[in-house]
Ligand binder design. Structure first.
Ligand code: NAP
Length: 893
């Protein structure tokens, strides 16, 4: 039953009425507000929308500067909730103009009769959570105040223009305009001298129009931006055909894509392509004139890897040089300070060519900052420019501005949202805030919003919120509030996601860097639209995880917790593996499991190039053993790392950790020799241990022949290979050599006890299962032998061992024994560093180029190896090998 006591009224200026009582109050009548009204009405909830503007449109109502268009293709930038609406509306261009988008939103409002629930010309002046009545009390500047159970901010992300921070604006005697608040009446520029401050999307779209009209245009640029020609016209035939062939499928693909536009995920990385192939892809993207295409379809590492990104940036700069006649101007227009895509790139029509016009001048504010605005124009610290008009295209207080700066919002105990967000916006899912019951944000900070096709994100948010309100009502709940735990978890997940992409490497409105004094941090969710959608669904399927629900006649419900504790890419990999529905590996038998692993490994990204890869054999404890040697491209001789692959003493070979060995060889600048030790069940305990020791001794004795540095070697291994590396160190100490300078143990098996908590907590669901570990142990080692230090090195003597770097992963059955080994080594006086990787699983660090968040861990491993080898500091080689930003991996002291 709707709780509203009074009918929502249309715009009312009498200012004297009783409080308007509704179930839901919405602020804003743009894309989000209109769809909310549609859905809320259908759900039977009494609603009012409060809109400051005189009509619908939101950002498209205000941003009406010349040249304003959308920069997502209009066939994608449209509502999809009603197939009939899609049939009756046809866009005239690939990128619709602002007037056409505004007409579309007016058409939608009329078609669904939405205006009757909108109070235009009405601003909310305060919003307060009323603890006693359990509803929001709103005051407005026009007409009745509002009392509502639920309060939804559909205020948009880019709707509060940034005030000019330049001294003297008030002294200027000419005309002043803001692109974000462009007048509704025609602005006449003919014959005038126009100054434009700002070269973001708004400046880049409008400057060519100003140049055509005005006598002189002077552009004041602080930071150049990348722009791609829109090639506007009719909608491209290929995209249209895709849509028309299967409209529902096309829309569904968009909903699960990364950016809200149905493009496939690229899998080929930049270094797998030749220069010619990269250029061909780039030219195709340039010709397509589509930001989502050029941001996602060139190569898989363009958005996550500084080197992969630099290739795109240089091709973009080449285009700028080709478009602008004056080389100095071209250079000034060329961005060098941020990765391509880290700052929102722009879509332009004739932008660069405009600088070839005689009436356009570019002023580089990096060389001559603005000193002040004067009565007659703009003074830099070198010159004065007399102008008639100043246009501020200086952007917005993005994402939080429209929520906190527009009106005070007071939640529980009167706490203001501004104070709660004093150190940056805190939200759960970007939709809700702990301490602010029944308050929702559409495309709020913490949601994919501005990094996606906004309409797709808006529809998802609105559907999720309205579905929750309906479900609450059915269950008798009246109040819904995020918990602090869930919110803190979301903040952690947000920051994990932010480490995956390059957005944090640019000073932009995405990070709040454009507003002086604003706390900085990546505000939108960078994990992608599809993953975000699946997380929102997971919150529901796990019993409204992270929300407290209460109502007058029902028991309170709170299923507290964090929805994502895995690193974002680990979550994707595990979901992908779960979708494959593989039978447990142990059910294949040893031979079948080996075949399976070989096949599985074929689908992973190839390892990166190293200087040389050599296959050979070495004498083992009982016959020859194969090895594969990875040599860095840098001049040698290099220290040698003897490496033991993973596979539970049963699976794998000297090639099976190829991507990891290549990566570590590049990062450390060391030779990696991966040893093909013998496996169980053919060769049971202690064969692997003895082979490992014999191989290490032989390699140490033949270091120079192998092209390595003479002197002590290092050992490393992952999983069962970590076991062999640890055991080798103990055997070498006992048997008088070889000398080992350090040991790198990645998720090693070190003990035969299975009752540590990690074995139970991570028994299933993280690829390496408890039952698989039991199987490995049974095949390799009979119970009577298991306490032997050659298989359970934790039970051996630990004094006098080489320094160790020990890596454990949170979601790994082997976690606790690894930590125990590190602690025991330290207790025995062995220098040891532990990296306890939060959110990672057993294979995180060996899934090179799949688990990008593993990069920083491998950097730390390489640093440790260099320290062990007496090569302090990052080598030049390692710096070059840096393949991605440095994600934070929690490391224990
Ligand atoms: P913006 O991207 O934030 O650009 C603002 C520009 O003003 C930047 O060049 C900035 O320089 C400059 N600026 C700001 N304060 C300044 C100061 N005090 N002195 C000198 N220069 C100053 O804002 P926007 O162009 O309005 O675009 C914002 C976002 O709105 C876009 O990224 C896009 O998402 C959306 N938008 C989309 C379209 C479209 O095509 N559909 C059109 C317009 C806007 P710095 O970079 O050095 O800070």
């Amino acid at each position: 039953m709707p709780e509203a006591m009074a009918t929502a009224r249309a715009s009312d200026n009498t200012g004297n009425q009783a409080t308007q009582q509704v179930d839901v109050a919405v602020v804003g009548a743009g894309f989000a507000g209109l769809y909310l009204l549609y859905r809320l009405r259908k759900a039977g909830l009494k609603t009012v929308a409060l809109e400051e503007a005189g009509d619908v449109g939101g950002t498209w109502y205000w941003n009406r500067y010349p040249g304003a268009r959308c920069d997502i293709q209009t066939i994608d930038y449209s509502y999809t909730f009603d197939p009939d609406l899609e049939r009756v509306w046809t866009w005239s261009e690939k990128y619709a103009t602002q007037p056409e988008i505004l007409r579309y939103l007016g058409f939608v409002a009329d078609r669904y009769d939405l205006r009757r629930e909108i109070r235009f010309g009405t601003k909310v002046t305060t919003a307060r959570w009323d603890e006693a009545a359990e509803c929001w009390q709103l005051t407005t500047d026009n007409g009745a105040n509002v009392s509502c159970r639920h309060y939804i901010m559909a205020t948009g992300c880019l709707s509060t223009p940034k005030p000019p921070e330049i001294d003297g604006v008030k002294d200027f005697k000419g005309e002043v305009y803001f692109t974000g608040r462009w007048p509704h009446d025609e602005v006449k520029l003919a014959g005038k001298r126009v100054a434009v401050i700002g070269t973001g999307s708004s400046g880049i779209q409008s400057i060519p129009f100003f140049a055509e009209q005005a006598a002189q245009v002077t552009v004041f640029q602080r930071t150049p931006n990348f722009a791609l020609p829109a090639h506007n016209g009719s909608a491209p035939a290929d995209r249209k055909a895709l849509l028309e062939k299967d409209r529902a499928g096309y829309r569904e693909q968009a909903r699960w894509s990364l950016a809200g536009v149905p493009y496939p995920q690229q899998t080929v990385v930049s270094w797998q392509l030749s220069d010619a192939e990269r250029r061909e892809r780039f030219e195709r993207a340039w010709a397509a004139g589509d930001l989502v295409h050029i941001l996602t379809q060139l190569w898989a590492d363009q958005g996550v890897d500084v080197d992969g990104n630099a290739l795109v940036a240089e091709l973009m700069r080449e285009k700028i040089r080709a478009s602008v006649n004056d080389p100095d101007t071209a250079e000034t227009l060329s961005p060098h300070d941020h990765p391509f895509g880290a700052k929102r790139p722009c879509l332009d029509t004739n932008y660069y060519a405009t600088y070839n016009r005689p009436n356009v001048t570019l002023v580089n504010l990096r060389q001559e900052p603005i000193k002040a605005i004067t009565a007659t124009g703009i003074a830099t610290d070198k010159r004065s420019f007399d102008v008639d008009v100043i246009v501020f295209a200086t952007g917005f207080d993005a994402m939080t501005g429209a929520i906190t700066a527009v009106h005070p919002i007071a939640g529980r105990a009167g706490k203001s949202l501004s104070s709660v967000w004093a150190n940056g916006p805190q939200t759960y899912l970007g939709l809700t805030v702990a301490g602010f019951p029944n308050l929702f944000m559409i495309t709020g900070p913490g949601s994919p919003s501005v990094l996606s096709n906004m309409v797709v994100s808006i529809e998802q948010h609105v559907d999720w919120v309205v579905d929750r309100l309906s479900a609450m009502r059915e269950a008798g709940f009246t109040v819904m509030e995020a918990t602090e735990t869930a919110q803190a978890g979301w903040a952690r997940h947000m920051s994990d996601c932010a480490m995956l992409t390059l957005h944090r490497l640019a000073n932009t409105w995405y990070t709040g860097a454009n507003v002086p004094g604003k706390v900085q941090g990546v505000m939108p969710y960078t994990g992608g639209v599809g993953p975000y959608r699946s997380i929102c669904s997971e919150v529901v399927s796990r019993g409204m995880l992270g929300f407290k629900l209460s109502g007058p006649n029902v028991a309170e419900q709170c299923n507290d917790g964090e929805v994502v504790r895995l690193q974002p890419d680990v979550r994707l990999v595990l979901n992908m593996l779960a979708d494959m529905n593989l039978p447990p590996i142990e059910t294949f038998g040893a031979a079948g499991a080996r075949l399976f692993v070989n096949e599985f490994n074929k689908s992973r990204p190839l390892g990166r190039p190293v200087g040389e890869v050599v296959d050979g054999t070495l004498p083992g404890s009982d016959g020859p053993l194969p090895y594969r040697l990875y040599r860095p491209a840098t001049p040698g001789p290099h220290p040698i790392v003897v490496y033991f692959h993973g596979g539970g003493w049963v699976l794998g070979d000297e090639q099976s950790d190829d991507p990891f060995c290549r990566d570590m060889c590049r990062r450390s600048g060391m030779i990696f020799v991966s040893v093909g030790y013998r496996h169980a069940p053919e060769h049971r305990f202690p064969t692997a241990a003895e082979d490992g020791y014999a191989a290490t001794r032989w390699i140490a004795e033949h270091a120079v022949e192998l092209g390595g540095r003479s002197g002590p070697v290092l050992v490393a291994g992952w999983s069962a290979g970590g076991n062999i590396a640890a055991v080798t160190c103990q055997l070498a100490r006992e048997r008088g050599g070889p000398q080992i300078a350090g040991q790198l143990l990645v998720c090693p098996v070190v003990d035969c006890t299975f009752d540590r908590p990690s074995y139970t907590e991570n028994a299933t669901g993280y690829f390496l299962t408890r039952s698989l570990m039991y199987w490995f142990w049974d095949i390799y080692c009979s119970p009577a032998d298991r306490t032997d230090p050659r298989v359970s090195p934790l039970r051996g003597k630990l004094e006098g061992l080489p320094p160790a770097f020990l890596v454990t992963c949170e979601f790994d059955p082997l976690r606790d024994e690894g930590i125990a080994y590190g602690d025991a080594l330290a207790k025995a006086g062995v220098p040891v560093e532990q990296l306890q990787a939060r959110g990672h699983f057993h294979s995180s660090f060996t899934m090179v180029d799949m688990v990008i968040t593993g990069v920083s861990g491998r950097e730390k491993m390489a640093d440790a190896l260099r320290r062990f080898a007496g090569q302090a500091g990052a080598s030049e080689n390692a710096r070059h090998a840096r393949t991605a930003p440095r994600p934070e991996v929690d490391a224990a002291e």
